[in-house]
Structure formats: structure tokens, C-alpha cells
Design a protein around this ligand. Structure first.
Ligand SMILES: [Zn+2]
Length: 306
């Protein structure tokens, strides 16, 4: 791995340690879980999280590239506690590609819902692996790791004295989304790509209608959550759900008007879609996703009109 890159990561990390911790250390004597965010700042602004418990670390998701998987592992080692498990929010490669580098020889469980495990195997079929390698070359991992344990909706696992409960959302941003909640003195949630906070949305799986329903569902279910950790972009509060809803509604409206009932957009229409969404979110974060989702959403809307 590029040494400069690793050094930069390690320098950034202490800042994250102080900047991202959201727990009140004076509330009572016991050890409070701390959340360390690892953000990919170069490609798709995807997050992985290291939840530090008293006895070890639980990772949530595992980065897009081999280099980021290695850097996430270096951050884990910086904390000087063992890795206990990896929990997945969904099966998209930008959340699972770094698993082998993160886990190394630790042999810890990788846990997801039944639906996430199933969807992940479709993203990593032979064609998916080939596409990924064509896109990322050596940054696409050679070794593939799938969940070793699956949970049903509402089931929990305990690591380092902290209870992690998973909630199955079904199709949304991916073919199967889920979110994880830690309940303690403060309640926090890791919601995967239900929110891509101020990053252009990936809509190519074609479930934007269900995605919007999932957002409404979480507006109720996360009402008493103190902090939300999204799959991309900055962590924050419930407000990010409204932002995501408005992004998706705008995208759907623009596609609808450009597609005129057809299940595909012309190249010219895709350029117009990109321009419109860059007006909505001028930040160029994840802008490659805009055109990728166009046909899937056009097909979805055309199907709904029938
Ligand atoms: Zn993602």
C-alpha cells in the first residue's frame, strides 16, 4: 500500500476520533461505545464505521477499494483493540469490497440480514465481479467474503457488551436494505444508503418508490435516535431524511418529464438530468451516479403508469 496514503489516513484519524464522538463521557462511569467514522474522500464518499466497545471493535460496512480496506484495517489497529465482528447495512460493493483487507486473518463473524446476504450474492455474481474489475482494476478485491451469519428482522447480536439490533427494510437504495440500532443511554442508528447525505444518489437498482417509503418509515422509527450515521456523507440528525426525500422526488420528477412515459432516457436527456441534479446538489460528490440511475428510474416510472 502507498505509504504516503497510509500516513495521511493515520493523521486524519485522530481528528476523526475527537470530531465524531457523539457520546457524553460524563453521563456515567461505564465505558460508552465510541463511533469512529472512516470516510472515502476520493471516490464515492462512502463511510465505514468502527464502533469501539470496552473489549473490542465492531465494524459497520467495509469500504469500496482494496486501499481503503487496508487503511480501515490500519485505523482499527490504531485503536489497539481486537476486531469482534463486521455488520453490513446492505450488499453494494462500496460497502463490502474491503472486507478481506479489514478482517485479515481474524476470522470474525460477518453479519447481515438474510435479504442483504442474498442481494450481495447477486451483486457479486460472475458478471458483477468482471464489471467491478474492469472499473477498479487492482483496487477491486480478489478475495470475496460473504456473511457468515444472517439475522431476521428485529434480531440482535451482542459484542463487547453492546447490543446491535438489525431492522430489515427490503428493497430501497439496494435490492435489500437494512439498518442497525444501538440502544443505550443514547440511541444511535447506522442506516446505510437510506441516506447518501449530500452525495448524489445511486438509483440503478430501480427501487426509488420503495426507497421513498423506507425514508418515511425511518422518520417514525428513528424519532428518538440521537445521531444517525449514513452510508455516505456526514452523520447528523433526522433532517437528513427530509433532504434525501427531496433529492429523490426531484430526480423522479426530472426523469418523468424527460422520459415522456418511455422506459429509457436518450443520451441527450441524461445530460439534462445531470445538469438538473447538479443544480439541486452543486457539490460534485458522487456525480457519476446521476446518469447510472436514469434508465432504471425511467423504467420504474413507466411501469407505475401502466
Ligand atoms: Zn453506498
Amino acid at each position: 500500500m502507498n505509504k504516503k496514503y497510509l500516513v495521511r489516513r493515520l493523521l486524519i484519524f485522530p481528528i476523526l476520533l475527537t470530531g465524531i464522538i457523539s457520546f457524553n463521557p460524563t453521563a456515567h462511569a461505564g465505558f460508552k461505545p465510541r463511533v469512529h467514522r472512516f470516510a472515502d474522500e476520493a471516490r464515492v464518499f462512502v463511510n465505514a464505521y468502527l464502533v469501539e466497545t470496552e473489549k473490542g471493535i465492531v465494524a459497520i460496512d467495509a469500504t469500496l477499494t482494496v486501499s481503503d480496506g487496508k487503511a480501515l484495517r490500519a485505523n482499527l489497529e490504531f485503536l489497539r483493540k481486537p476486531l469482534l465482528a463486521v455488520l453490513l447495512t446492505h450488499g453494494h460493493p462500496d460497502h463490502c469490497n474491503g472486507l478481506a483487507e479489514l478482517i485479515g486473518t481474524d476470522g470474525v463473524p460477518v453479519i447481515s440480514t438474510v435479504g442483504v446476504d442474498k442481494a450481495m450474492k447477486t451483486y457479486y455474481d460472475a458478471a458483477g465481479e468482471e464489471r467491478g474489475r474492469a472499473m477498479l482494476g487492482e483496487e477491486w478485491p480478489k478475495k470475496r467474503i460473504f456473511p457468515s451469519k444472517t439475522l431476521k428482522d428485529g434480531e440482535s447480536v451482542i459484542f463487547g457488551g453492546v447490543t446491535f439490533t438489525v431492522h430489515d427494510l427490503g428493497p430501497g437504495e439496494s435490492h435489500s436494505d437494512s439498518y442497525w440500532v444501538i440502544e443505550g443511554e443514547e440511541k444511535i442508528a447506522f442506516i446505510g444508503d437510506v441516506v447518501m447525505n449530500r452525495v448524489h444518489a445511486y438509483l440503478a437498482d430501480g427501487h426509488s418508490t420503495q426507497w421513498l417509503k423506507n425514508i418515511d418509515r425511518l422518520k417514525t422509527e428513528l424519532k428518538d435516535v440521537q445521531r444517525i450515521y449514513p452510508g455516505h456523507g456526514e452523520p447528523g440528525s433526522l433532517e437528513m431524511l427530509d433532504w434525501q426525500k427531496s433529492y429523490l422526488e426531484t430526480y423522479r420528477e426530472v426523469v418523468k418529464s424527460l422520459a415522456s412515459g418511455q422506459p429509457k432516457l436518450t443520451d441527450d436527456a441524461k445530460q439534462k438530468l445531470i445538469a438538473k441534479m447538479e443544480e439541486f446538489l452543486p457539490d460534485k460528490k458522487g456525480e457519476l451516479f446521476i446518469a447510472q440511475g436514469a434508465d432504471a428510474v425511467a423504467a420504474e416510472l413507466a411501469g407505475e403508469q401502466k
